[in-house]
Write a protein of this length. Sequence first.
Length: 158
Amino acid sequence: MKMRKIEMGFTEPDMTPMIDIVFQLLTFFMIAINFENTKADERVKLPKDSLAKPPVVKPEHELVLNFGYQRFPSGELRKSRPEVFYNERYVDVYEISPELEQEKRVMERVHGQNAIKDVTVLIRADSEIPTGLVQELIRKCQEAGFSKFSLRATSEEA
Protein backbone atom coordinates (compact mmCIF):
# COMPACT_ATOMS: atom_id res chain seq x y z
CA MET A 1 0.00 0.00 0.00
CA LYS A 2 1.31 3.37 -1.01
CA MET A 3 1.27 6.12 1.68
CA ARG A 4 0.64 9.67 0.72
CA LYS A 5 2.33 12.39 2.58
CA ILE A 6 -0.13 14.89 4.02
CA GLU A 7 1.17 18.39 4.42
CA MET A 8 0.31 20.01 7.67
CA GLY A 9 -0.60 23.63 7.20
CA PHE A 10 -1.05 26.38 9.70
CA THR A 11 -4.68 27.18 10.37
CA GLU A 12 -5.56 30.63 11.62
CA PRO A 13 -8.21 30.97 14.32
CA ASP A 14 -11.41 32.83 13.45
CA MET A 15 -11.08 36.32 14.99
CA THR A 16 -14.68 37.36 14.32
CA PRO A 17 -16.01 36.40 17.79
CA MET A 18 -13.10 38.22 19.46
CA ILE A 19 -13.83 41.41 17.49
CA ASP A 20 -17.53 41.13 18.37
CA ILE A 21 -16.70 40.89 22.07
CA VAL A 22 -14.41 43.92 21.90
CA PHE A 23 -17.10 46.02 20.20
CA GLN A 24 -19.70 44.90 22.74
CA LEU A 25 -17.41 45.91 25.61
CA LEU A 26 -16.76 49.29 24.00
CA THR A 27 -20.49 49.84 23.56
CA PHE A 28 -21.20 48.82 27.15
CA PHE A 29 -18.64 51.24 28.59
CA MET A 30 -19.77 54.10 26.35
CA ILE A 31 -23.35 53.64 27.52
CA ALA A 32 -22.32 53.30 31.18
CA ILE A 33 -20.36 56.55 30.98
CA ASN A 34 -23.31 58.35 29.39
CA PHE A 35 -25.66 57.21 32.17
CA GLU A 36 -23.36 58.81 34.74
CA ASN A 37 -23.54 62.11 32.87
CA THR A 38 -27.34 62.15 32.55
CA LYS A 39 -27.58 63.99 35.85
CA ALA A 40 -25.60 66.88 34.42
CA ASP A 41 -28.04 69.12 32.59
CA GLU A 42 -26.52 71.48 30.03
CA ARG A 43 -29.36 73.96 30.59
CA VAL A 44 -27.88 74.77 34.00
CA LYS A 45 -24.85 77.06 33.99
CA LEU A 46 -23.19 76.30 37.32
CA PRO A 47 -21.50 79.08 39.28
CA LYS A 48 -17.70 79.18 39.29
CA ASP A 49 -15.67 79.08 42.49
CA SER A 50 -11.99 78.60 43.21
CA LEU A 51 -12.84 76.29 46.14
CA ALA A 52 -15.11 73.99 44.10
CA LYS A 53 -13.97 70.39 44.08
CA PRO A 54 -15.68 67.06 43.43
CA PRO A 55 -16.96 65.15 46.45
CA VAL A 56 -14.56 62.65 48.00
CA VAL A 57 -17.24 59.99 48.46
CA LYS A 58 -20.33 59.73 46.28
CA PRO A 59 -23.55 59.58 48.34
CA GLU A 60 -25.24 56.19 48.46
CA HIS A 61 -28.70 57.61 47.66
CA GLU A 62 -29.02 60.87 45.80
CA LEU A 63 -31.79 63.04 44.37
CA VAL A 64 -30.54 65.45 41.70
CA LEU A 65 -32.49 68.67 41.15
CA ASN A 66 -31.44 70.84 38.20
CA PHE A 67 -32.64 74.40 38.79
CA GLY A 68 -32.27 76.88 35.94
CA TYR A 69 -33.79 78.92 33.17
CA GLN A 70 -35.40 77.85 29.93
CA ARG A 71 -33.12 79.26 27.23
CA PHE A 72 -33.10 79.59 23.48
CA PRO A 73 -30.15 77.94 21.67
CA SER A 74 -28.53 81.39 21.53
CA GLY A 75 -28.48 81.47 25.35
CA GLU A 76 -31.20 84.11 25.65
CA LEU A 77 -33.82 83.45 28.33
CA ARG A 78 -37.23 82.11 27.24
CA LYS A 79 -38.78 82.83 30.62
CA SER A 80 -37.62 85.26 33.26
CA ARG A 81 -38.55 82.89 36.11
CA PRO A 82 -36.27 79.91 36.86
CA GLU A 83 -37.73 76.41 37.08
CA VAL A 84 -36.72 72.98 38.34
CA PHE A 85 -36.11 70.52 35.48
CA TYR A 86 -37.92 67.46 36.81
CA ASN A 87 -38.76 64.30 34.78
CA GLU A 88 -38.49 66.09 31.43
CA ARG A 89 -40.83 68.83 32.67
CA TYR A 90 -40.40 72.32 34.02
CA VAL A 91 -41.77 72.80 37.55
CA ASP A 92 -41.98 76.10 39.40
CA VAL A 93 -40.05 76.07 42.69
CA TYR A 94 -43.22 76.98 44.61
CA GLU A 95 -45.08 74.00 43.06
CA ILE A 96 -42.40 71.31 43.54
CA SER A 97 -43.81 69.90 46.82
CA PRO A 98 -45.97 67.11 45.24
CA GLU A 99 -43.01 65.86 43.20
CA LEU A 100 -40.76 65.85 46.27
CA GLU A 101 -43.37 63.92 48.24
CA GLN A 102 -43.53 61.39 45.40
CA GLU A 103 -39.73 61.03 45.43
CA LYS A 104 -39.85 60.51 49.19
CA ARG A 105 -42.45 57.73 48.84
CA VAL A 106 -40.43 56.02 46.11
CA MET A 107 -37.22 56.19 48.16
CA GLU A 108 -38.99 54.74 51.20
CA ARG A 109 -40.59 51.96 49.14
CA VAL A 110 -37.33 51.00 47.41
CA HIS A 111 -34.79 51.50 50.21
CA GLY A 112 -36.83 51.16 53.41
CA GLN A 113 -38.82 53.36 55.74
CA ASN A 114 -35.88 55.34 57.17
CA ALA A 115 -34.00 55.67 53.87
CA ILE A 116 -35.00 59.33 53.54
CA LYS A 117 -32.36 60.19 56.17
CA ASP A 118 -29.63 58.80 53.89
CA VAL A 119 -30.72 60.64 50.74
CA THR A 120 -28.55 63.56 49.69
CA VAL A 121 -30.36 66.20 47.62
CA LEU A 122 -27.90 67.45 45.01
CA ILE A 123 -28.93 70.91 43.83
CA ARG A 124 -27.43 72.05 40.54
CA ALA A 125 -28.57 75.69 40.41
CA ASP A 126 -27.84 78.09 37.57
CA SER A 127 -25.39 80.84 38.53
CA GLU A 128 -27.96 83.54 37.64
CA ILE A 129 -30.65 82.28 40.04
CA PRO A 130 -31.17 84.50 43.08
CA THR A 131 -29.99 82.94 46.33
CA GLY A 132 -33.45 83.35 47.87
CA LEU A 133 -34.97 80.97 45.31
CA VAL A 134 -32.31 78.34 45.99
CA GLN A 135 -33.10 78.70 49.70
CA GLU A 136 -36.82 78.28 48.88
CA LEU A 137 -36.04 75.03 47.03
CA ILE A 138 -34.06 73.79 50.05
CA ARG A 139 -37.00 74.73 52.33
CA LYS A 140 -39.43 72.77 50.12
CA CYS A 141 -37.11 69.76 50.29
CA GLN A 142 -36.93 70.04 54.08
CA GLU A 143 -40.73 70.17 54.29
CA ALA A 144 -40.81 66.90 52.32
CA GLY A 145 -38.44 65.29 54.84
CA PHE A 146 -35.03 65.59 53.15
CA SER A 147 -32.23 66.78 55.42
CA LYS A 148 -28.91 66.36 53.55
CA PHE A 149 -28.00 68.80 50.80
CA SER A 150 -25.14 69.36 48.41
CA LEU A 151 -24.71 72.31 46.04
CA ARG A 152 -22.68 72.09 42.85
CA ALA A 153 -20.28 74.59 41.31
CA THR A 154 -17.52 74.40 38.72
CA SER A 155 -13.92 75.27 39.46
CA GLU A 156 -12.61 78.51 38.00
CA GLU A 157 -9.87 76.64 36.13
CA ALA A 158 -12.45 74.66 34.09
